[in-house]
Design a protein around this ligand. Sequence first.
Ligand SMILES: Cc1ncc(COP(=O)(O)O)c(C=O)c1O
Length: 371
Amino acid sequence: MNVPLLDLVAQYRSIKDEVLPAIMAVIERQAFIMGAEVGQLEAAVAALSHTRHAVACASGTDALLLPLKALDLQPGDEVITTPFTFFATAGAIHNAGGTPVFVDIDPATFNIDPAAVEAAVTPRTRGIVAVHLFGQMAVMEALLPIAARHGLALIEDAAQSIGARRKVDGAWRMAGELGTVGTLSFFPSKNLGAYGDAGMMITQDDALAERLRRLRLHGGSREYFHDEVGFNSRLDTLQAAVLLAKLAHLAEWSAARARHAAGYTKAFSGHPDVCPPRTDPANEHIFNQYTLRVPRRDELQAHLKAKHIGNSIYYPLSLHLQPCFAHLGYAKGSLPASEAASAQVISLPVFPELTEAQQQTVIDAVLGFYA
Ligand SMILES: Cc1ncc(COP(=O)(O)O)c(C=O)c1O
């Protein structure tokens, strides 16, 4: 049996009757730029995320770039982040004029280690980009006081974690609710995926929201008048229409992912080699990825590939060791927890439409390899 890593065709079939009329309505109106659906989506995502504002933009990468630009970084200004994430997290810091400073992760959750963040703060530090990796939130209650103490912006890269929550001081807090700004990606493989590129920034800060709205429209609050140099980073109305139709299913899809994750973890727990991902008990994990740690990872990957079972390595090379960041001076061994994760992780199919038979095929293939 073939098991894809992600089956967007199965998802499309299940919502075709909702998504096609939504797309056609935009086409009938020919309102492709900043149409009504963009504002409707912003309001819906702000409500979901418990934020005062949501500002849609062209991608999850731009959702990081615009708030980093709003920090007005000067050459030499530092932004602390994790090396175990998708490249965009650190690429955006560089492209906003900052210097990424990588600190190690908590091996249990793959998320940034707050103690390492604190230890890396210098007089040049301007911000922290924490990533809520694979669908569970970083330790916000530890990061927020560090940011406050040192006067730093705390950007939550929630590209993989829309709708994830964490119990902080006894209350459920949403991804993007507590930081200076939260950033979302609607890349097609995310829990809420568009039919192309799309992203969003969420914040409680009125002035920052206004600045982000300007920055996405060439830096002007009035057409043809520019207060600063910004970007063309609008969200297409067509994508907003798709996302609005899909948003109604997000909770059920994320719950299905969590059910599949629990099924895998039950099957793998106690195994001497296969180490299931750990959910921090304070988190509600939405499992954008289900990521194992295993020995002989590359051999397992080849075994799964031969059996036509989809899988992927997120991420095979820590960002501090990427050739483009060689000038930053990190060496192999500088951030051992992240480097170990890169050598050991493998992500399995956990998409909502995964059938029981498909999941059993994956489980049998993994356990069979280590038998
Ligand atoms: C953690 C993280 N940050 C940023 C991004 C960038 O998002 P996009 O691909 O929408 O530009 C992604 C997704 O690809 C991501 O996973």
